[in-house]
Design a protein around this ligand. Sequence first.
Ligand code: SF4
Ligand code: SF4
Length: 121
Amino acid sequence: MTRYNCLQCPGYCCSHDRIAVSDFDIQRLARHFGLSEADARERFTYRYHTAEADEQILRHHQDHIYKSVCRFFDRDARRCTVYEARPNVCRRYPYGKSCGYYTFLKFEREHQGDDEFIPSA
Ligand code: SF4
Ligand code: SF4
């Protein structure tokens, strides 16, 4: 059984700065939106290239809770708008039965006595 509940979380994982996607992920997003792969790559991602990394990263938009979130994240409903077409990394996260952020969130909410408390980013 999983020890986290994404429905009670404001979507911290979707605020990660570098959510790297594969060509396959981009093709799936392109199909989902009826776009060419090149258009999807340009619209939804950008290249992050340093001495340590060379990745295609999901673009972000500004957010009122975290500084910014993935461009596919609905900032009011706090959920993914491309769930069926989301990239593999989003399918796998948080890679196990627990989520570090959720454990922290739950602790803070219990501590504050407020089920909807959100720690400042
Ligand atoms: S941070 Fe953890 S609990 Fe929150 S949405 Fe992501 S996986 Fe779910
Ligand atoms: S594609 Fe969906 S699940 Fe993945 S980071 Fe963006 S909003 Fe979150």
